[in-house]
Design a protein around this ligand. Structure first.
Ligand code: ACO
Length: 427
């Protein structure tokens, strides 16, 4: 017998059978239940989509209760251990890991689209010296769409493919130039002999040396951080990408919208807040007082807790382990000792245990970024670069899903039903 839910309408005595599939009922199955004459049908009310699946997706699986994150079925720990960011981007977009020839072609295609139009460089001049890097990224993505008007043909798979490559290739260039603009240094052009992250480090940090040689440990650490941030199913910015993309907006403007969502401090800004918190604690001996304050409701333990993970965020585990490799090269970030002790104390405290609060991806990532020489305003940009592959995978999946249409939720109207216009003199 098929799984169904029987709903009895107490007002009419009528019963309705609603199919249960994949642990959900279809919201439009409730339309058959009318709340009055001429009624459109029963709707669901779900502010912030707390209990609504907005799509079917085969890309990323999260089981927050046990701390599982998988891309296309592959555990994040295995990908972080053995894969590269470009390989993972291919996996997210295509559903399978590439073979050797496919990976070579993919890497070659991305590498040869890293240059941006010179007008974009001119465009950077329009920003004030203190413009935030994320504001520049959002603007530059919108600007790129004006260079590629053909990208709006989003129903053409070849067009989609071409611009997915361009976007993944150019994100590091725009990001690095946004940083160089902030610090008043000349822009560095891509070095196509280097890896994706090696070239990014080159464009960020090269000075007068004839050829920039990224430190292999830092190059790999950044690559792993990119793998960990590449996708996270229907988070706020991905939802923005799907919603904006559902209007058949071109992928550059779609990613500008997703980046704007990521810019918000509730989404991409938590690792900066962790750094501020660790600095404010200042010393291990101050941790107990800080924890007492958090428990009393004076602020939160930043980098702890997650809407989905009610267990250790698997990304935080990988980052914590990697922090030691990075600090062996950069020198130990003194805030690490405070972070480790803070974690130990919190994880054995009844308040955090009871609420299932564990370190999330942001608890250690800011410490690593800071040690690698990134200013805090670059942290959300570092998130956006790899998340581009996730956004594009989800955007592509959405466009290919016959059930999807332009995203357009309903509302419960709470305003005044009707009134006559009042001339200004009578108000
Ligand atoms: N420190 C102290 N207490 C916390 C924390 C925290 N970091 N997070 C949650 N709690 C407490 C709440 O006070 C609440 O307690 P109560 O039941 O006594 O009222 C309980 O735990 C549940 O918290 P909610 O706010 O309902 O949990 P929600 O799922 O809405 O919030 C969030 C998740 C926003 C991530 C939250 O845990 C938080 O603010 N964490 C700190 C900020 C942070 O690290 N954000 C990054 C998230 S990862 C990312 O976006 C990439």
């Amino acid at each position: 017998m098929a799984d169904t839910l029987t709903i009895t309408d107490n007002r009419t005595g009528k019963t309705y059978e609603v199919a249960i599939q994949d642990g959900t009922i279809r919201a439009d199955a409730l339309r058959q239940i009318k709340t009055g004459d001429g009624d459109f049908g029963l709707m669901t009310y779900d502010p912030a989509f707390m209990n609504t699946a907005s799509c079917r997706s085969a890309i990323t699986l999260i089981d927050g209760d046990v701390g599982i994150l998988r891309y296309r079925g592959y555990p994040i720990e295995q990908l972080a251990e053995s894969s590269t960011y470009l390989e993972v981007a291919y996996l997210l977009l295509n559903g399978e890991l590439p073979n050797q020839a496919q990976l070579e072609k993919w890497t070659n295609d991305i590498t040869h689209h890293t240059y941006v139009h010179e007008f974009l460089r001119e465009g950077m001049k329009g920003f004030r010296y203190d413009a935030h890097a994320m504001g520049k990224l959002v603007s530059m993505l919108g600007t790129l769409s004006t260079f590629y008007p053909e990208s709006k043909n989003v129903r053409d798979p070849k067009v989609r493919h071409d611009h997915i490559i361009k976007l993944i290739a150019k994100m590091p260039t725009i990001a690095a130039w946004a940083h160089r603009h902030s610090v008043g240094r000349p822009y560095v052009y891509p070095d196509n002999e280097l890896s994706y992250t090696g070239n990014f480090l080159n464009m960020l940090f090269r000075m007068s040396e004839p050829r920039f040689r990224p430190h292999p440990v830092l190059e790999r650490a950044l690559d792993v951080l990119f793998i960990l941030h590449a996708d996270h199913e229907q988070n706020c910015s991905t939802n923005a990408a799907r919603a904006v993309g559902s209007a058949e907006t071109d992928p550059y403007c779609t990613l500008a919208a997703a980046s704007a969502a990521l810019y918000g401090p509730l989404h991409g800004g938590a690792n900066e807040a962790v750094l501020r918190m660790l600095r404010a604690i200042g010393d291990i001996k101050n941790i107990p007082d800080f924890i007492t304050g958090v428990k009393a409701g004076n602020g939160r333990l930043m980098g702890f807790g997650h809407r989905v993970y009610k267990n250790y965020d698997p990304r935080a585990k990988v980052i914590k382990k990697m922090a030691h490799d990075v600090f062996a090269v950069t020198g130990r970030n003194p805030l690490l000792d405070i972070a480790i002790e803070l974690e130990n104390i919190a994880l054995s405290d009844e308040y955090f245990i009871k609420r299932k609060l564990y370190p999330n991806v942001d608890f250690y990532s800011g410490l690593i970024y800071q040690a690698m020489g990134f200013p805090v305003e670059m942290f959300p940009v570092l998130f956006a670069i790899p998340r581009a592959s996730g956004w594009l995978s989800q955007w592509q999946e959405m466009l290919g899903d016959p059930e999807q249409k332009i995203a357009r939720p309903r509302q419960i109207y709470t305003g005044i039903e009707l009134r006559d216009y009042v001339p200004i003199a009578q108000r």
